[in-house]
Ligand binder design. Sequence first.
Ligand SMILES: Cc1cc2nc3c(=O)[nH]c(=O)nc-3n(C[C@H](O)[C@H](O)[C@H](O)COP(=O)(O)OP(=O)(O)OC[C@H]3O[C@@H](n4cnc5c(N)ncnc54)[C@H](O)[C@@H]3O)c2cc1C
Length: 454
Amino acid sequence: MSARTIAEPARQIPLYGEYEVAVLGGGPAGIAAAVASARAGRRTLLIERYGFLGGMGTAAGVTNFCGLHANVFGEMHRVVQGVASDLLARIDRLNGLNAPHLVLGKIMAQAYDTAAYKIAADDLLTSHNVDILFHALGAGAVMRDNGRIDALMVETKAGRRAIVASIFIDCSGDGDLAAWAGAPYEVGDNAGSMLYPSMMFRLNGIDPEKAGDAWRTIPALMEQAEAAGTHHFPRKAAIVRPQRSQVEWRVNFTQLSRDDGRAINGIEPDDLTTGEIEGRRQAIKAFEFLRTVPGFENSYIVDIPPQLGIRETRRVVGDYMVSGEDVLECASFDDSIGVNGWPIEAHVAGDVVFKFPPIPESRGFNELPYRMLTPQGIDNLLVAGRCASMTHEGQSAARVSGACFVMGEAAGTAAALALSGNTPPRDIDVATLQTQLKRQGAFVGRDQTVPAGL
Ligand SMILES: Cc1cc2nc3c(=O)[nH]c(=O)nc-3n(C[C@H](O)[C@H](O)[C@H](O)COP(=O)(O)OP(=O)(O)OC[C@H]3O[C@@H](n4cnc5c(N)ncnc54)[C@H](O)[C@@H]3O)c2cc1C
C-alpha cells in the first residue's frame, strides 16, 4: 500500500443506537457473548460485517467444532456446555449435526452443516432478544480521555454510523476494536509470521460406500503422489472428512504463504487479496488430486466459502496471557471461567504439528482465567475468542470454537455483572461470575465434577 495520505474532513456521524452492551463480531465468541449478556437482561447489540453468524465456522467454511471435548484420563467428555449446548441442540434439530468423531485417536471433534449453523444462530440470538446489525463493518473507535470507548464507528450501506455502549466486547477475531482503542497487542509469533491460513472447501457427489474411511488412506496417497511427482501439496496433514450427508465431505488441505514463505497476514488487505486468489487455486489443485481417490471420481466442488480461513492475527494483551505450558500442563486458575481441552495445533510452514497434554495421565484440559478477557488499559472493554489474551502457542490451542464459546459466554455474563455493580469489568467479583456461569449450565472446572457424556 502507498505511504501517501489524504486528509478526511471531520463530520457529524448519525447515532445508530445506544446499548448497554455492544459485541463486535458474530463468531462463536460473539454469539455466546451476545446471548449471555441479553439473557442477563442487558440491552445488547451484535455487529457483524457479513449477513450471517458463525464467524470462521461459516464464513471460512470450517464446518467442524473442536474443543468441545477433552480427553480426561483417557476418557472423552463434553467439557464445554452452556450457550454452546443451546446452539448445538438447535443445529441438531435442523438435522445439521454429526455425531462426535475421534481425531488422531486422542480427542473428539463434531462436524456440522454451515446452513444449519447460520439458521440456528439466528434463532438463538433473536429468541434472546439480541439486536443484530448485519452488513456493518466496524471501522474505528471514539475514545473518552480516561481510556474508555465512547462509540464504535461502523460502515454500512447507509453510510457511517456510531454505536454507543456502556461496555464493548471485541469478538472480531482480529482484535480490531481493542487495537483502535489503543490496547496493547501482539501479532502471530512476534517474528513476522503467524499460524498459516487455509482455504477450506467442500465436495459433493462422493460415493460413501466406495470412499469408506478415506480420511485414513488419503495421507498415504498424498505421499505417493508427491513422490511420483504427479501432485505437490503445500502442507502435509490434510483433513478430508464426511459431513452429515455422507455424499458431502469437507476438505482442509491448503496453506497460504507469502512469497517470502511467511504466513499470509489476515490484517493486511493486499495479503488477503493474494491469499483468496491463491487459496482458490490451491483448492482446485487439491480437487484434481482428490478425484483420483476411490469414491471421489464423480465428486465436484459444491462450495468455496466467502473468505479465506484466518487462524491467528492480533492477540490482545490482557491481565494474563494463556500460554502453551498452561495447555500442556493442564493449568488451573482461581478465576477460571471454563476450560479448553483442545491440544496445541500449530499450523507451521508445510505442516500441522499437534502437542497433547499427557494421555491418559492428565485430566486433558486447562482452565481459562477471567483475566485473559480484560485488556490492559481500556476500562469498558472485554476481548473474547481467538484474539483474547494468549501467547502464540496458547492461542494455537484455545483459538478453536469450544474455548471461544467459553470465553464469549463469560464475557457477556461479566459485562452484565459489571453493569449491575457499576464497576469496570476488570473489578467484578469473579466468584459471583463463576456461580452465575454454573447456573447457566457452564462447566468452569475448579471443584465441579467433569460433565459425563459426549
Ligand atoms: C481453516 C480453518 C480451519 C479451522 N478448523 C477448525 C475446526 O475444525 N474446529 C474448530 O473448532 N475451529 C477451527 N478453526 C478455528 C476456529 O474456526 C476459529 O478460531 C474460531 O471461529 C474463532 O472464533 P471467534 O469468535 O474468536 O472469531 P471468528 O470466528 O473469526 O469470528 C469473528 C467474527 O467477527 C466478524 N468481524 C471481524 N472483524 C469485523 C469488523 N471489523 N466489523 C464487523 N465484523 C467483524 C467476522 O466476520 C466474524 O464473523 C479453524 C480455523 C480456520 C481458519
